[in-house]
Design a protein around this ligand. Structure first.
Ligand code: ATP
Length: 272
C-alpha cells in the first residue's frame, strides 16, 4: 500500500481554503474533522460516530482534494487508495491490500482513509449472468466490509470514498455503520468557477487584475470541472512561457481554453 500523507506540492498540507466553492460539502466534511479532533465530546453523550461518507460527483470536481483537506484540517495522516488498485490479476491480492490498508490506518489513527473510484470494488454483487472473474472483486468487497465493521467510534478512523456512480454500489456498502452518508459534489456554477479560478491564478505571474480574469474566464467555461480549470490555468502559463512572455495574459487563457476543450473532445470521441 502506498501511503501519502496529504502533503501537497511545496510540502504544505492541503486545507479547506485550497478547496474553492463546495460550501455545503465542506460543512458536512467539517463534521468528520470535528469527530477526529474531539471524539470524546460525542462519546460522552452516547453518540456513535459515523464511520464514513461517500463523496458523490463527476470526475475532477474535487472529491480527492476535499478528503485531503479534511485530513489537513484535522492534522491527521491521509491514506489514499484507488478502488482500481485493489483489483489485480492475482487471486487474493485485492483482499490483502484492503487488510494492509486498514492495518496501517489502525496504527496511525486518528486518520482518514480515502478510497477513490470505490465503484471499482463496490459494484453490486451477483447481478445475474456470468460471474467468472468477478470472484476476486467480490472477495475484495467482502474484505472491505469486514474491515469497516471491525472498527468503532473509538478507533479514530474515518473512511471517505469517492464515486461518480452511487446508484451502482452494493447496498451492503451503504448500510448504517458503513458509508451511511452521502455528500454530493457537483460541477461548479458561475460563482464556483470564479472561486476555482481565483485559487489557481494565485501562483501565476500576471500584471493585470487576477480577479477580473477569473470573472471573465468563469463566464467562458460553463460545464468545466475544477480539474479542467486547474488545467486551463497551467496551460495558459505554459503557452505564455513558450512565447517568452513576462506575464500570463488573457489571450493565453483563451488559447488554453481552446486546447483544454480540444482535449476534452478527444477524450469523449467514440472509437469505432
Ligand atoms: P476523480 O473523480 O477523477 O478522482 P476528483 O473529484 O477526486 O476526481 P480531484 O482529484 O480532487 O477530483 O481534482 C483534481 C484537481 O482539480 C485538484 O487537484 C485541483 O487542482 C483541481 N480542483 C478540482 N476541484 C477543485 C476545487 N473545488 N477547488 C480548487 N481546485 C479544484
Amino acid at each position: 500500500v502506498i501511503v501519502k500523507d496529504g502533503v501537497g506540492p511545496g510540502g504544505k498540507r492541503v486545507m479547506f481554503q485550497d478547496v474553492a466553492g463546495l460550501d455545503e460539502a465542506k460543512l458536512e466534511v467539517m463534521e468528520f474533522v470535528d469527530f477526529l479532533k474531539d471524539a470524546k465530546k460525542y462519546e460522552r453523550l452516547g453518540a456513535k460516530i459515523p464511520k464514513g461518507a461517500l463523496l458523490v460527483g463527476p470526475p475532477g470536481t474535487g472529491k480527492t482534494l476535499l478528503a485531503k483537506a479534511a485530513a489537513g484540517e484535522a492534522s491527521v495522516p491521509f491514506f489514499p487508495m484507488s478502488g482500481s488498485d485493489f483489483i489485480e490479476m492475482f487471486v487474493g491480492v485485492g483482499p490483502s491490500r484492503v487488510r494492509d490498508l486498514f492495518r496501517q490506518a489502525r496504527e496511525a489513527a486518528p486518520c482518514i482513509v480515502f478510497i477513490d473510484e470505490i465503484d471499482a470494488v463496490g459494484r453490486a454483487r451477483g447481478r445475474g449472468g456470468f460471474s467468472g472473474g468477478n470472484d476476486e472483486r467480490e472477495n475484495t468487497l467482502n474484505a472491505l466490509l469486514v474491515e469497516m465493521d471491525g472498527f468503532n467510534s473509538t478507533t479514530g478512523i474515518v473512511v471517505l470514498a469517492g464515486t461518480n456512480r452511487a446508484d451502482i454500489l452494493d447496498k451492503a456498502l451503504l448500510r448504517p455503520g458503513r458509508f451511511d452518508r452521502q455528500i454530493s459534489i457537483d460541477k461548479p456554477d458561475l460563482r464556483g468557477r470564479k472561486q476555482i479560478f481565483d485559487v489557481h491564478l494565485k501562483p501565476l505571474k500576471m500584471n493585470v487584475d487576477k480577479s477580473e480574469i477569473a470573472k471573465k474566464m468563469s463566464t467562458l467555461t460553463p460545464g468545466f470541472s475544477g480539474a479542467d480549470i486547474a488545467n486551463i490555468c497551467n496551460e495558459a502559463a505554459l503557452i505564455a512561457a513558450r512565447s517568452r512572455k513576462e506575464f500570463v495574459e488573457l489571450v493565453d487563457f483563451e488559447a488554453a481554453t481552446d486546447r483544454v476543450i480540444g482535449g476534452l473532445e478527444k477524450k469523449n470521441k467514440v472509437i469505432t
